[in-house]
Design a protein around this ligand. Structure first.
Ligand SMILES: Nc1nc2c(ncn2[C@@H]2O[C@H](COP(=O)(O)OP(=O)(O)OP(=O)(O)O)[C@@H](O)[C@H]2O)c(=O)[nH]1
Ligand SMILES: [Mg+2]
Length: 339
């Protein structure tokens, strides 16, 4: 499951300051007048306390977001590390963690000062100094909080994956019809289009067959190149394949106007086989509705009866594929029961 979905992000430091100040003075004004010294004392103290609590709450949220990273499944860690370096996450976590104590020190110091004076002018002065220190404090962590907000925005949108559920991963070159197939087989509604690299993120759909559940993962397209040449979007596909156990559905585009030559698509397939040699890989030839017959023969020579020839558009071969996936699901759950 995606751990960030349920954690609220911190506010930007400017908003923490503005909203916190307003909240604090509102609360102070609620305190009814009783006496010349006690009332201003209580009012100034509450202003410092409320502002402190508000900043603290936002820092705690930030820590929770970063803690969730350290506890997360490798799938999430790898996807996050594409954009947010792990040493930065560690550094900022440590910094915020330590700064919480500084924040508390400021609060205690000025609450004491306000408490120990009988002069309403001094109370006001101490409260103002405390506010100034909180404002300086917020400026110091501005960029760290922004980092956490960005990380949360990205992480909370990653798909919610259940690592205990049977998983099918759909992979292959760009524009072969991966998202179209995932939409047909599952509850997903992923954008599809006639150009490559339409899918830029990992998406999940859910399949239900009687009492059996599976999740089917759509991944961005892969080009024929080595790991160190892969861009951020391709890396997402590789990390999904690497970190989520499950069958791989490898999709070819066998149509005459495929973006990538079939030899190229076979190279990527071989690469995936080499890289994930402990996995069950199901080759699927899509777009047989607009096909050059030689190609399917060439592919069948390569793959034999393992190959599923389908057309997503014409819904050809889909039932056979669905039956096969159901068998895989039954097998998976039977093996789990035996274990
Ligand atoms: N002729 C034909 N076109 C298809 C078929 N299946 C999908 N397409 C089309 O192929 C194009 C690409 O489909 P997508 O599902 O977006 O392909 P994808 O593999 O997810 O592409 P990326 O996300 O860019 O990697 C779309 O225009 C689809 O309508 C099919 O069986 N036959
Ligand atoms: Mg796609």
């Amino acid at each position: 499951m995606n751990p960030w979905e349920r954690i609220k992000p911190p506010l930007k430091t400017d908003d923490i300051e503005e909203i916190g100040f307003r909240k604090a003075s509102r609360e102070a004004n609620k305190i009814p007048y009783k006496s010349k010294i006690e009332t201003p004392k209580r009012r100034e103290m509450i202003r410092v306390k409320i502002l402190y609590k508000f900043i603290h709450m936002n820092l705690s949220r930030s820590l929770r977001i970063l803690d969730a990273y350290f506890e997360a499944h490798q799938f999430y860690k790898d996807l996050i590390r594409i954009y947010f370096p792990e040493n930065e996450i560690k550094r900022i976590h440590k910094r915020i963690y330590n700064l919480i104590r500084t924040l508390e020190d400021i609060k205690n110091e000025y609450i004491d000062k306000i408490n120990n004076t009988y002069s309403p002018e001094d109370m006001k002065k101490f409260r103002r100094v405390a506010q100034g220190k909180f404002a300086t404090f917020l400026r110091r962590i501005k960029s760290d909080i922004e980092f956490v907000i960005d990380l949360h925005r990205y992480a909370s949108r990653l798909p919610s994956i259940d690592v205990e559920t049977m998983t099918f991963l759909v992979a292959g070159p760009p524009n072969t019809g991966k998202s179209t197939l995932v939409n047909i087989l599952s509850s997903a509604k992923i954008k599809t289009a006639e150009y490559p690299f339409t899918t830029k993120n990992i998406h999940v759909g859910h399949i239900q067959y009687r009492y059996l559940n599976a999740q089917i993962i759509d991944t961005p397209g892969l080009l024929d190149r080595s790991l160190n040449e892969r861009n951020e979007i391709e890396l997402k596909a590789i990390y999904a394949l690497k970190n989520l156990a499950g069958d791989i559905l490898y999709m070819f585009d066998v149509s005459n106007n495929a973006y990538y030559p079939i030899s190229n698509q076979i190279n990527i397939y071989r690469e995936i086989q080499r890289e994930f040699n402990d996995r069950y890989i199901i080759p699927i030839a899509n777009k047989i509705d607009s096909i050059d017959k030689d190609k399917i023969i060439e592919l069948e020579m390569n793959f034999g009866d393992e190959l599923f020839s389908i057309s997503c558009i014409k819904r050809e071969g889909i039932d056979r594929l669905r039956r096969f996936l159901t068998e895989r699901m039954e097998k998976y759950y039977l093996e789990r029961v035996r274990r």
